[in-house]
Write a protein that binds this ligand. Sequence first.
Ligand SMILES: *Cc1c(COP(=O)(O)O)cnc(C)c1O
Length: 429
Amino acid sequence: MSERSERTTNEELFKRASEVIPGGVNSPVRAFRSVGGSPYFVARSEGSKVVDVEGNTYIDYVQSYGASILGHAHPVIVEAITRAAAEGTTYGAPTEREVLLAEQIVDRVPGVEMVRLTSSGTEAAMSAVRLARGATGRDKILKFAGCYHGHSDSLLAAGGSGIANQGISGSAGVTRGAVADTVVAPYNVVPEIGDDVAVVCVEPVAGNMGLVLPEPGFLEGLRAACDRAGALLLFDEVITGFRVGVGGATERSGVQPDLWCFGKVIGGGLPVGAFAGRRDVMEHLAPLGDVYQAGTLSGNPVATAAGLAVLGQLDAGAYKRLETIAAALADGLREAISSAGLPVQVPRAGTLVGLHFSATPIHDYDEAKVAADTGLYRAFFTDLLARGVALAPGPYEALFPSLAHTAEDLERTVEAAGHAARHAAQIAG
Ligand SMILES: *Cc1c(COP(=O)(O)O)cnc(C)c1O
């Protein structure tokens, strides 16, 4: 990789960024508001590691919030993107790769019959909700506190992730009218579902209030309650899809929703989202039906090339390898942090790992908030980063080990975590 002609620092760049970009970042989760300090600016990356503009190397568990499941700059993905770009980057006409990617999703996720590609998870969730309302003729939607479904207006009520980090319950600029038909319920409790509810949106494994696993019976209960009420069930698998196994959380749980959202992994690091569903529901979409949804760059030829390339690497063996990596990370962190005398929960859903500073398991957003408010994450994060290990800069995010994380990376991570935990314990004590 080429040397930069002029050296800059993270501090300098953040100052310049803050002049021209609100908060210096293009997505609030990247700001260091909840952990203190300012972000490192990534100059390049390879595999498990990113290198910042000052030349510091970090073992990276952000991995674009899970989008980079193979690790950074995987040669197969780089090659696919390069080759696709040389053929043209966008046409406004359909391409074969859109068909191939949709077929891949249909093949992998049990129950999916049709797919519409978008350019982000936000668009996917927003469109799926519109489709559900159009298909059922009902207005209300139900979501769970601490679940994040992107930043469209009607879903910005009691979201997790960046919204949780900012301590904002929802957002200014979202009118009362926009969320008037959004009902919010606590995660892991099957709610009453009225016969005016179009769709129940859920992260089948919650990844935006830290990692929170569904209690046995929760997803099954939602399925039964939706059936009784005539409501559709939507699994937001933007994180879990193509991450926790070949068929995502749908296959893992054995529960069959009516609609799905995907994103992150299926873009291979480029902007791709998708929503999917049963044929009879999906056929309400224009041009077949009367629910409008569109996108100039949807199914983009370069993005679909990256998506196909990543899925090409993700066979059952790959998930088994990634699960071994995730298990080593989870077990190592749990041991290192509890040895320092800190209360800790390290839940794991296959290849996804969570971290809560709590003596007892976390079931919902209220409990996640109590753990986040201990301030332990901030101290742990900061010390760990100084030791060359990057977690997401907020306590409400999952950890995303990639297939590129080596045994040596894991060993170094666990050792650094032991030091960081003792440091956090001293501060707390
Ligand atoms: C990230 C995320 C989204 C939003 O996807 P974007 O591509 O950031 O718009 C939606 N749902 C879940 C569960 C997510 O984690």
